[in-house]
Design a protein around this ligand. Structure first.
Ligand SMILES: Cc1cc2nc3c(=O)[nH]c(=O)nc-3n(C[C@H](O)[C@H](O)[C@H](O)COP(=O)(O)OP(=O)(O)OC[C@H]3O[C@@H](n4cnc5c(N)ncnc54)[C@H](O)[C@@H]3O)c2cc1C
Length: 378
């Protein structure tokens, strides 16, 4: 046997899976078809249900990111709703905003040197009674106890496990970048300006950087050419409010803007014998929930737990699917509710909203109800 497990993909799911399995004393190979870490897309919010499973990264995780205490959403008339994240999560941990590349580098640093074999990918899997034989694009081969597909929303491994599934466009497109923390992007909070089905905002992510994004509700998800990314974002911002237009004008058009459609995915079959899917390969939700990465991290914890309980083989993978699927289905329902609540709460259902002022009680109660099932995992 080459190793106990092959992990396909070195994103959040793959790197966390590798760390968990190594903690169990298993031998793990990780391959990624990219040349290096793929951490496009500026910053990421790690909610307490993700942080609860990342203690192996140590205090360096918290030193590298920024805790976010409040989310302030402003409508075109200046009316603001304030969400108090401590009240929502009800614990000591606040959500942590961090640069994606910083997070991935930290995850990689906590693995033994050369844990990831870059620039290669599997091209064939053949299951035997007690192993999986894998052929790689670079001509190599390997024999593993299990193969774990952590290869993202367009997963190759999924074509082996559940070939019919295709991601679907969720009706919004995202622009993301990071800028130096400096006026006007120097708020301590997570700020969102909302108008006409579009959301513009940002938050500090540590290291003197600030994450900036536009979520645009667009029926047509056509990709934007990199050289047109800023221009199209600015055109949408101009339809939102003078405040948003001014914020976007202060960005540098020459910066790099990551543009991605929001895609959803529901996969019925996560496991085929000794092959299993983890993270976005198995499920994907609207980015507006800021929970896709957290769900991937939770997957890895449950997977490690079941491998420890049952040993490396199909029984552990079946138990992993049985535990994770109901939670992911529940969360998918919550993700839809999140979309409805996010609009409703900030439109006119928040009790005691004040123009340009603050109210925490109303929206925190709504969101606490929404997030309560997530707290159980945290
Ligand atoms: C706009 C946006 C904002 C988001 N914000 C948040 C947030 O704030 N909080 C949060 O928790 N989540 C957020 N998410 C979701 C989160 O980014 C994803 O859920 C998470 O990155 C999934 O990680 P993953 O490792 O499963 O997949 P990926 O990050 O896609 O990693 C997959 C890896 O597999 C590699 N790979 C692909 N195919 C192959 C192959 N055939 N062979 C070998 N390697 C392969 C890729 O190179 C890549 O390194 C957001 C998503 C979007 C789009």
């Amino acid at each position: 046997m080459h190793a106990d497990a092959l992990v396909v993909g070195a994103g959040i799911a793959g790197l966390t899976t590798a760390a968990r399995l190594l903690q169990l004393g298993l031998r793990v190979d990780v391959v990624d078809r990219a040349d290096e870490i793929q951490a496009a897309g500026a910053g990421i919010m790690l909610h307490p249900n993700a942080l609860a499973h990342l203690d192996h990264l140590g205090p360096g995780l918290y030193a590298a990111g920024r805790p976010i205490a409040r989310q302030i959403t402003t409508d075109p008339d200046g009316t603001a709703s304030v969400l108090d994240w401590a009240a929502v999560w009800g614990g000591e941990r606040l959500p942590l905003a961090i640069r994606r590349r910083t997070l991935s580098e930290l995850m990689l640093r906590h693995l033994p040197a050369d844990s990831v074999r870059w620039s290669t990918e599997p091209t064939a899997l053949n299951q035997g009674a007690d192993h999986v034989d894998v052929v790689f694009a670079d001509g190599g081969t390997g024999r593993y106890g299990v193969v774990l597909g952590a290869d993202g929303i367009n997963s190759w491994t999924r074509t082996y496990v559940d070939p019919q599934v295709r991601p679907r466009y969720l009706g919004h497109l995202y622009w993301r970048t990071t800028v130096e923390t400096a006026p006007p992007f120097d708020f301590d909070d997570w700020r969102i300006w909302r108008s006409g089905g579009h959301f513009f905002g940002g938050m500090p992510i540590g290291g003197g950087r600030y994450h900036v994004f536009l979520q645009a509700g667009l029926a047509d998800p056509r990709r934007v050419a990199p050289e047109l990314a800023y221009a199209q974002m600015a055109a949408i911002a101009a339809t939102m409010s003078p405040a948003v237009e001014a914020l976007v004008r202060s960005l540098d058009p020459a910066d790099s803007y990551n543009v991605r459609p929001a895609q959803g995915l529901s996969v019925n079959r996560w496991v085929d014998g000794r092959v299993a899917l983890v993270g976005d390969a198995a499920h994907s939700f609207s980015p507006a929930t800021t929970q896709g990465g957290a769900m991937a991290i939770e997957d890895t914890s449950v997977l490690a737990d079941e491998l420890a309980r049952h040993g490396v083989g199909p029984q552990a993978l079946a138990a992993y699917q049985a535990r994770r699927q109901p939670r992911v289905r529940d969360f998918s329902r919550m993700a839809r509710l999140h979309g409805v609540l996010s609009s409703a709460v900030q439109a006119n259902l928040t009790p005691g909203r004040t123009a340009g002022g603050a109210t925490t009680a109303g929206s925190a109660a709504w969101f606490r109800r929404l997030y309560r099932p997530l707290m159980e995992a945290a």
